[in-house]
Ligand binder design. Structure first.
Ligand code: DP6
Length: 389
């Protein structure tokens, strides 16, 4: 009788940042944004949803812990919106009356501050759409869970169009190019050791909208040009242009965070040292090899072509040594590389080796596919009676 689906959804990392809402409740952004979708082989959220006439209430388990469902307005609005669409699509009335059990987990540490809410909400909404057999794009519903989640449904590079409608009906995400368009594009995430409690994206951006003059300038005069230029660079596989826009947009976003009153400080000294290293590397190479971008936290996300991975990792290991030998790298293998000459050139332009143990670990991944359903019933996270396995 019960109905069960299991789906996985990816993490995305914006190269043109979403920061600021026009409508807090509907989550309509002040500007378009654009991101790369990261491969689900290394990082994903996985969600099982079961609907049954026997369930007495909606329940949710997140990373092994039961969470309140009824108390979470964003979860409830996603559920309500999908059910509305299902009714319009003519889904059986019966299943829409049943309560649901949701079990979700990430295969990467949530505490690392790696855009886990985007993957989680994208997965929740995608799985609901499968459960109720809703057709068509559901990005405008995922958006109402967490803005950036709408960009995690598709693979490759994805653009979230802010839209013009006051009800948000045209604020949705579309694919710019599939992952296969630029298979050489890799991503290295440097997870920085950090204990500071941070300002959440939601409240940080709200404060920026209220207080930052720079945000107004960014929205009106910078983002539209950057979106057009980076889309063109992606279509042309023009890495140097892509990289320059990515770094400038990350820097501007953090400048807006500092222009916020009281300021929101997301990058730390280690983040800034990573920025220095990348600029020194690009300088000594005489061309742009690597781009950095930082979200609302200190971790660096490096976009680079596969051909630059080995040397970049050798530099990271040299300038950010771990307590033991090299840094722990999760994900795709990194080929060995003797970067002695580049290290010397970088030291000659003033970059110094940092203290031991500043990085927690490193993830090496690439651009990948969008959310998908896992059809093998062995992958469900809930038992036949609807409890976490
Ligand atoms: C810095 O999507 O987490 O990662 O819509 O309030 O849930 P809410 O915010 P969220 O903000 C993400 C901000 C960012 C930039 C980006 O991903 O574009």
């Amino acid at each position: 009788m019960a109905c069960t689906v299991t789906c996985i959804a990816p993490v995305n990392i914006a190269v043109i940042k979403y920061w600021g809402k026009k409508d807090e409740k509907l989550i309509i952004p002040l500007n378009d944004s654009l991101s790369g979708t990261l491969s689900m082989e290394q990082m994903h959220a996985k969600t099982t949803i079961m609907a049954s006439p026997n369930f007495t209430k909606n329940c949710m388990w997140l990373n092994g812990k039961e969470e309140s469902f009824g108390g979470n307005a964003r979860l409830l609005s996603c559920l309500k919106e999908i059910q509305k669409r299902a009714q319009e699509d003519g889904t059986s009335k019966e299943i829409l009356k049943w309560n649901i059990h949701v079990c979700s987990e990430n295969n990467f540490p949530t505490a690392a501050g790696l855009a886990s809410s985007a993957a989680g909400y994208a997965c929740f909404v995608y799985a609901l759409a499968k459960l109720y057999k809703v057709k068509g794009d559901v990005s405008q519903i995922a958006r109402q869970g967490s803005g950036s989640a709408c960009r995690s449904l598709e693979g490759g590079f994805v653009r979230w169009h802010m839209g013009n409608a006051s009800n948000g009906s045209d604020s949705l995400a579309t694919q710019v190019v599939p992952a296969s368009h630029w298979p050489e594009m890799h991503v290295i995430i440097l997870v920085v050791n950090d204990k500071k409690k941070k300002v959440s994206s939601t409240s940080g951006m709200q404060r920026s909208v209220e207080t930052s003059e720079l945000l107004k300038h960014r929205v009106a005069h910078c983002v539209p040009q950057r979106i057009a230029a980076i889309e063109k660079a992606i279509h042309n596989r023009d890495f140097p242009t892509f990289a320059e826009i990515t770094m400038k947009d990350s820097n501007q976003f953090h400048a807006v965070a500092l222009d916020t009153y009281p300021p929101a400080v997301y990058m730390n000294d280690v983040s800034h040292a990573i920025v220095d290293l990348i600029h020194c590397f690009n300088q000594v190479k005489g061309c742009t090899k690597v781009a950095y971008t930082f979200d609302a936290g200190p971790n660096a996300c490096l976009y680079l072509l596969e051909s630059a991975v080995a040397e970049t990792m050798a530099l990271v290991d040299y300038f950010f040594p771990s307590n033991n030998s090299g840094n722990t790298v999760q994900g795709l293998p990194v080929p060995p590389c003797n970067a002695k000459e580049t290290v010397q050139a970088i030291e000659a332009v003033g970059m110094q080796k940092q203290d031991d143990g500043l990085l927690k670990y490193v993830i090496h991944t690439r651009i990948g596919e969008g959310a998908k359903e896992l059809t093998d019933s062995g992958t469900h996270l809930l038992s036949a009676s609807g409890l976490p396995l």
